[in-house]
Design a protein around this ligand. Structure first.
Ligand SMILES: [Zn+2]
Length: 242
């Protein structure tokens, strides 16, 4: 069994949470709720209703983590570059669902950083399950697989990311994807920065209803907050052998 290193603490971590874009994901409510959970653990959290702050290089250089909830919006070249430079230099990035996986459809460098992009959720709100496929990680250790009624994201995913949980499509809505397995939780690096993504999260309430989902989110955030303090991890988990 590999040794699983404990997750970093959130105490005094400097976290920026940005929200915006499509209102259907209630980005402000989600952000305020998560901010409260992080503050309870001692994090210093700043909220911003815009990603304009990404172009403030001095401010960004002082952060440990950005958590973003911005769906189907636009980002300027300067903002994108500001975010990506900070991550390359060791700031972490975390997000879930469309807030990080469908944020800026025209921004390919941003998508390169996240490691995936939303493409479809066949059938809309559907019953499905999330399987913990790699329990040998501090983010997933001891967390049970779970059932959920929500959007099941079909994504285009970087085949090198370290996948921790997946979901399998029934084919009920798109017959040709019956049995197709899709990553739900992954981790990766972008430069020195840790990147955590979780495709669940259409409704903020589901993090109250499903304790495993809440645990995965908080643990992923903790992990991503530690890039500047922790050792670099091996993250490449190539689907295709070289
Ligand atoms: Zn959604």
């Amino acid at each position: 069994m590999p040794v699983i290193k404990a997750l970093p603490s959130l105490k005094e971590k400097k976290i920026l949470m940005t929200h915006g874009g499509w209102a259907g994901h209630k980005p402000k409510e989600y952000t305020e709720k998560v901010a409260q959970l992080l503050r309870e653990q001692g994090a210093v959290v700043t909220l911003s209703p815009s990603v304009a702050v990404y172009s403030d290089s001095f401010f960004m250089a002082g952060l440990d983590l950005v958590i973003q909830s911005v769906t189907m919006d636009k980002i300027s070249k300067e903002e994108e570059e500001g975010l990506l430079t900070a991550i390359k230099n060791g700031m972490g990035f975390a997000g879930c669902h469309g807030g990080a996986g469908d944020s800026f459809r025209a921004a390919t460098e941003y998508q390169y950083m996240v490691g995936g992009q939303f493409t479809s959720h066949p059938g809309g709100q559907v019953d499905h399950s999330v399987q913990i496929t790699n329990p040998n990680d501090a983010i997933t250790k001891g967390i049970a697989s779970f059932d959920i009624h929500s959007e099941q994201y079909y994504m285009h995913v970087d085949p090198n990311v370290k996948v921790l949980a997946t979901t399998t499509f029934s084919g009920e809505h798109n017959k040709w994807i019956e049995g197709a397995t899709m990553p739900v939780v992954w981790k990766k690096f972008f430069g020195e920065g840790r990147v955590f993504y979780f495709s669940v999260g259409h409704n903020v309430e589901l993090f109250d209803e499903i304790p495993q989902a809440k645990d995965l989110l908080i643990r992923g955030i903790k992990w991503a907050s530690g890039s500047k303090y922790e050792e670099k991890e091996e993250w490449l988990s190539p689907v295709y052998p070289n």
